[in-house]
Design a binder for this molecule. Structure first.
Ligand code: URA
Length: 433
């Protein structure tokens, strides 16, 4: 079929055949379709949507557009977790050693951060010497022996998605539900796991700011995963304020270790345990989510998850003593407190702004070429629902420079203080199993 006919078919609300979607993805990846036609196609999908079969076909075709990881050399049910992105989200460092300690293999490919959210690989590099470029044999052997390896994405994974995403970014078509869902799921499918737990964030720091949209995205991704024979579940969790207390690379790693030591903030601990529980169920290690939570909590309490995290750090070339002495991780030299300008209850914190503040300090990148400072970031001293007196600390900025006045005003603007207490917002809104 000619591309112009395919665009017209979608424009008129018809259903595309799998072969038509396959042909489009292949031809676009091979530069045989110009960007102007691909953008018209994306806009048609934006307005007309796609049904379950079309979304699954698009996902499958994009996953097949480049390298696909074959994890069959790794024994057991491989379960991956994906978060749609949030501020202060360090659940990967907590749930991965938990499920690995239970025997569920974690063979994870992760990315770097761009903009206001940090990337897993950047955070791991807060451990000096941590090696994220692993060749395939090393990666597979580590997972088989220790049940865990996390590597940076290399090679040619989902080139169709890379090309289409860049195009969507400049044609106002990013926010098309089937395109978001197939973009995310194509990368997960190409990464080779048997089952997937999705953490779909909702709130001021998330891609989806309202619950109906988050539910629609979650449902679309769950349907795609199941359609492509990967058992997929989704948890919709709050991102209306940063998760935990720490935002910034080494700060987040320290907080994750704190949780693995049985301490740490309640929200990050609870969400990590819940996501781990779903992974344990999918990995065949727990009968149900409650049993999975009990197992995850046991693995924290008896130190097995922390011990596995230590192995993981050593295996990938870093110093394990940092796991027992996280205070030795790189630190910023200037701690600046931002104080409340009025007394009252913290009624909201714009999570994106806190992420932006951390980036302005150097924790994130504005462009792909920027380097980052692992030491800096934002420590939340007051969270939503807390009562603060005028002059109390809202956050502590961990900075490596003296002039942080711009960052202070971003943080101040991100906090709303109110006279009355708000109803508590749930941490987990919904689960799709
Ligand atoms: N994240 C992705 O990977 N793809 C999208 O389309 C949106 C967010």
């Amino acid at each position: 079929m000619r591309m112009v006919d395919l665009i017209a078919k979608k424009r008129d609300g018809e259903t595309l055949a799998i072969k038509e979607i396959d042909d489009f993805v292949r031809a676009y990846t091979e530069d045989r379709i110009p960007d102007y036609q691909a953008s018209a196609f994306a806009m048609a999908v934006y307005f007309q949507g796609m049904n379950e079969q079309e979304s699954a076909a698009l996902t499958k075709a994009m996953a097949a557009s480049g390298d696909q990881l074959d994890l069959s050399r790794i024994a057991g049910i491989k379960v991956d977790k994906h978060s749609t992105g949030g501020v202060g989200d360090k659940t990967t460092f907590i749930l991965s050693p938990i499920v690995a300690a239970a025997g569920v293999p974690v063979a994870k490919l992760s990315g770097r951060g761009l903009g206001h959210t940090g990337g897993t690989i950047d955070k791991l590099e807060a451990f000096p010497g941590f090696e994220t470029e692993l060749d395939e044999d090393t990666f597979m052997n580590l997972v088989n022996k220790y049940k865990i390896a996390i590597a940076g994405q290399s090679g040619n994974l989902t080139p169709a998605d890379k090309k289409l995403y860049a195009l969507r970014d400049v044609t106002a078509t990013v926010n098309a539900m089937p395109l978001i869902a197939s973009s995310i799921m194509s990368k997960k499918i190409a990464a080779g796991s048997d089952a997937i737990v999705l953490d779909v964030k909702v709130g001021s720091g998330a891609f989806m700011t309202d619950l109906p949209a988050a539910k629609e995205l979650a449902q679309t991704m769950v349907n795609i995963g199941n359609e492509l024979d990967r058992r997929t579940v989704a948890v919709i969790s709050d991102m209306d304020q940063p998760l935990g207390s720490m935002v910034g690379n080494a700060l987040e790693v320290k907080e994750a270790i704190d949780v693995l030591q049985g301490n740490g903030p309640e929200d990050i601990r609870r969400l990590s345990v819940r996501l781990a529980a779903h992974m344990l169920v999918l990995g065949g290690k727990a009968e149900g989510v409650e049993a999975g939570e009990a197992l995850a909590n046991d693995l924290i309490q008896d130190g097995r998850a922390l011990s596995l995290f230590r192995d993981f750090i050593v295996n990938q070339g870093a110093d394990p003593s940092l796991v027992d002495h996280p205070e030795r991780l790189v630190k910023a030299n200037n701690i600046v407190t931002v104080q409340a300008t009025a007394s009252g209850y913290v009624s909201s914190i714009d999570a994106t702004d806190i992420g932006r503040a951390a980036s302005m300090l150097g924790a994130g990148r504005m462009t792909k070429e920027d380097s980052i400072d692992h030491a800096v970031g934002v420590e939340m001293k007051a969270k939503v629902g807390d009562w603060v007196e005028k002059g109390d600390a809202l956050v502590a900025l961990h900075a490596n420079r003296d002039d942080v006045s711009e960052v202070i005003s971003v943080v101040k603007d991100s906090y709303q203080i109110s006279d009355h207490a708000l109803e508590e917002r749930p941490l987990i809104f919904h689960e799709m199993i």
